[in-house]
Design a protein around this ligand. Structure first.
Ligand code: SAM
Length: 319
């Protein structure tokens, strides 16, 4: 791959999109998640029949699912295309959305920085928590190239003050606790070993109890700590009923979850480095306030009574 070192860290997404998820980076608060869907449905409702829409860094195509539904409800047809650097195949891995996804063209293993489309192929480019994962200058230049004159860019990006980013930071702390050398996973592994060998069982039990106690205090101090809750609940239940399990199955469960956690940690790190810091946002502003762009608008997407930001809204028209 010719572009940045960012691409080297994309490995986790392929697996992520194969686990029956429609979207990534969904805010924990359901009202915020619903506000995002409403926003995009309104954007798609504005597109005239026959418009060609490209979703950059589409993942499992959540925007295009909403787009297909909105168009269908309005009795309109849109030509929907999604690209992603990951090797995606949403119709295969999201059977419940097959009807909405059937009409969408997905192209995986495709970088935003070098799009396989002719100049002026689209009337709109959309992206949710996507374009900012790519190298900004080449990706925006490609977005401009594939847009037809008067085509629009609609982009919801991770922004510095966003609750999605705050959630990601909290998740990183949760994962660090789970993966630490004296954390619940290491302690459970030692416990399994001790039980199998029937040696130093009381010490392993004590260390596991302490690790789970620390995890419990963490959950109380930093709610919701969902991952810690769920995984430590599983560990505690397994340790309490150890005789019911085969030790090899417990090891498999631990290894599978460790792999999952490491993938999650990588994705969260990607998110934090993709986030539009003030400096990166200034670069985007500079690019979109110059030709071939015009009418660039920037605003924080604030939701709910508390006005939490779920990201940075960016719109521009291609001249
Ligand atoms: C946070 S996910 C967002 C996916 C989707 N838009 C959504 O809202 O659910 C970020 C996506 O960007 C993709 N990605 C990362 N770097 C990319 C690049 N350079 N070009 C295209 N896609 C990229 C990842 O594979 C991942 O699917």
């Amino acid at each position: 791959m010719a572009h940045s070192s960012r691409h080297a860290s994309n490995w986790g997404w392929r697996r992520y999109w194969r686990e029956n998820r429609l979207a990534a980076c969904v805010p924990e608060n359901p009202d915020s998640a619903a506000a995002i869907e409403t926003y995009w449905s309104r954007i798609f409702a504005q597109f005239p029949a026959g418009n060609r829409v490209l979703d950059i860094a589409t993942g499992n195509g959540v925007l295009l699912v909403w787009g297909a539904r909105t168009a269908r409800a309005a009795g309109r047809e849109l030509t929907l295309t999604g690209i992603d650097l990951a090797d995606i195949d949403p119709a295969r891995f999201l059977p419940e959305h097959r009807a909405d996804l059937a009409a969408v063209r997905f192209i995986g293993k495709t970088a935003a920085e070098s799009l396989p489309f002719a100049d002026g192929s689209f009337d709109a480019v959309v992206s949710q928590y996507g374009l900012e994962y790519a190298d900004l200058e080449p990706a925006l230049s490609e977005a401009a190239r594939v847009l037809a004159p008067s085509g629009r860019l609609h982009w919801l990006a991770h922004g510095a003050g966003s609750i999605v980013v705050a959630q990601a930071r909290a998740k990183l702390v949760d994962i660090a606790l789970l993966l630490s050398s004296k954390g619940p996973f290491a302690a459970m592994r030692a416990y399994v070993k001790a039980r199998v060998r029937k040696r130093k069982v009381s010490r392993a039990t004590r260390e596991l109890t302490e690790a789970l106690r620390r995890a419990e205090s963490h959950c109380a101090a930093k709610p919701p700590a969902t991952l810690v809750h769920q995984l430590c609940g599983g560990i505690l239940e397994t340790a309490n009923q150890f005789e019911r399990y085969r030790p090899a199955d417990v090891d498999d469960w631990l290894n599978e979850n460790l792999k999952r956690l490491r993938g999650e940690r990588q994705r969260v790190r990607d998110l934090l480095s993709a986030c539009l810091s003030r400096r990166r946002l200034a670069r985007v502003e500079q690019t979109l306030r110059a030709e071939p762009w015009s009418g660039a608008e920037f605003s924080s997407f604030d939701v709910g009574a508390t006005g939490d930001s779920v990201g940075q809204l960016i719109q521009a028209v291609r001249l």
